[in-house]
Write a protein that binds this ligand. Structure first.
Ligand code: NAD
Ligand code: UDX
Length: 460
């Protein structure tokens, strides 16, 4: 088995950063260098002020403090880091394609291919190349083809080692993973990677499969998780019409050990950079093999999620006497879930866009998301001009400013601090009747009603 002394990780994002920090922490004898083409991101990772790290994750700053410039390095010198390492993780983004064949469905693999080509160009010694990004099944075939045809007699072994961390709990998930999955063809390469994880993960939780099972397991895991959310969200709509309460239904079914209680929280709809992208990709792959029933089955998870987001804003508008034109709606939360500054595919973006199209003005507060990010998320949709978005959306740094004179408050993210706000003060500062639309079911209906609010939750 090859002893790994130097690791390079290409991609200093939400996965590369935390994952490598935890590998470095648990393997002080290995030097880990994370590289990225984004110089600003690397500078932020190197910032002395740990509050300026590009990613907010509970517990991350402590590990970076402990390891940075000891055995964890952040750099833009990609070629040097590749050449000096025996193992290279590819942890670059694989977003949904926005152009050409597969637009809006397939994963865009241009970044991963560029990584493989760079490795092929600059490597002068044998390498183990690890797919850490989430990739369509059989991507390793293309990577092998690029790496094995350089003509420079260097041996490359490809492994698939998908990452299962969730944002907001990334460090906890990395330190105590349910399992680590390694797919590959070379037993020696697999064992070299397994040894790194064995520094802190129990051996029986490190599982080995073939390359294709490993690649497909990642898409499948995300599809199953998202499917549970769409399933409970589908039931939430039925609850609203029948007097059933989705929280009670969720509890009742979740206590069946065959079903389990996790990922059954009804919400305004799932967001994040993974679920939608990975299911669309799964649907695209199924269709490319002419498996239309399989594709339709999984596509429904996305259709249901889009419906849930739309349903939330429709219900708000309908309740506000069928118009929000000229009304102020306060949004609490912009991140796609609590404890992260990530906003990719956040339901808040789509709900805001819908409300703006109905001529509402929107004020937003999020404890970790900057005003610039909120505006750029809206501008990315291209629904209206940047100036219009800027004028219609007020982004504030104090939640009590967001709600002042608002006709309604919409809770978009389940940040803990929202629960402990002084809701009496909020009530007094709002227009009456004062409405709450709780997209996360985090507030207590009876308490809110006792204050005077008209309270609407999901599935109740
Ligand atoms: P990200 O966008 O946060 O980070 C990717 C980084 O790669 C960016 O900083 C980008 O500049 C860099 N990059 C792109 N091409 C490069 C190149 N050729 N050379 C050097 N750097 C390059 O993305 P992420 O959220 O970390 O996701 C990375 C992968 O991990 C994706 O495939 C994603 O599906 C998967 N994943 C993400 C999560 C998550 O929670 N975010 C969890 C599991 C798996
Ligand atoms: C997900 C997977 O959980 C993780 O294993 C994978 O590696 C990456 O994708 P992430 O998107 O970071 O992680 O967060 P997750 O906790 O899965 O939440 C995704 C979305 O679903 C969020 O918007 C969250 O609020 C929502 N959600 C989650 C619900 O609406 N209800 C639930 O019960 C759980």
């Amino acid at each position: 088995m090859k002893q790994i002394k130097n690791i390079c990780c290409i991609g200093a994002g939400y996965v590369g950063g935390p994952t490598m920090a935890v590998i470095a922490k648990n393997n002080p004898h290995i030097t880990v260098t994370i590289v990225d083409i984004n110089a600003d991101r690397i500078a932020a990772w190197n910032d002395k002020d740990l509050t300026k790290l590009p990613i907010y994750e509970p517990g991350l700053a402590d590990i970076v403090k402990e390891t940075r410039n000891k055995n964890l390095f952040f750099s833009t010198d990609i070629n040097k880091a590749i050449d000096q390492s025996e193992m290279i993780f590819m942890s670059v983004n694989t977003p949904t394609k926005t152009y050409g064949k597969g637009k809006g469905m397939a994963a865009d693999l241009k970044y991963i291919e560029l990584c493989a080509r760079t490795i092929a160009d600059v490597a002068t010694t044998d390498k183990i190349v690890v797919e850490k990004s989430t990739l369509p099944v059989r991507t390793a075939e293309a990577i092998k083809s690029i790496l094995h045809n350089t003509g420079n007699h260097i041996n490359f072994h490809i492994l698939s080692n998908p990452e299962f961390l969730a944002e907001g709990t990334a460090i906890k998930d990395l330190l105590n993973p349910d399992r680590v999955l390694i797919g590959g063809e070379s037993e020696e390469a697999i064992e070299s990677l397994a040894k790194i994880y064995e520094s802190w993960v129990p051996k029986n939780q490190i599982i080995r499969t073939n390359l294709w099972s490993s690649e497909l397991s990642k898409l499948t895991a995300n599809a199953f998780l998202a499917q549970r959310i769409s399933s409970i969200n589908a039931i939430s709509e039925l609850c609203e019409l029948t007097g059933a309460n989705v929280n009670e239904v969720s509890k009742a079914i979740g206590m069946d050990s065959r079903i389990g209680s996790k990922f059954l929280k009804a919400s305004v709809g799932f967001g994040g950079s993974c679920f939608q992208k990975d299911i669309l990709n799964l649907v695209y792959i199924a269709r490319s093999y002419h498996l239309n029933e399989v594709a339709d089955y999984w596509e429904q998870v996305i259709i249901m999620n889009d419906h849930q987001k739309r349903r939330f804003s429709d219900r708000l508008i309908k309740t506000l006497y069928n118009t929000v034109s000229g009304k102020k709606i306060a949004l609490l939360g912009w991140a796609f879930k609590k404890d992260t500054n990530d906003t990719r595919e956040s339901a808040a973006i789509y709900v805001t866009d819908h409300l703006l199209s109905e001529q509402a003005t929107v004020s937003v507060y999020d404890p970790k998301v900057s005003s610039e990010k909120m505006q750029s998320d809206l501008n990315y949709l291209n629904t209206r001009t940047e100036d219009e978005n800027f004028n219609l959306v007020q982004t504030v740094s104090n939640p009590y400013d967001a709600v002042k004179n608002a006709h309604a408050v919409a809770i978009m993210t389940e940040w803990d601090e929202f629960i402990t706000y002084d809701w009496e003060i909020i009530y007094k500062s709002m227009k009456k009747p004062a409405f709450i639309f709780d997209g996360r079911n985090i507030l207590e209906k009876s308490k809110m009603e006792a204050i005077g609010f008209e309270y609407h939750a999901i599935g109740q």
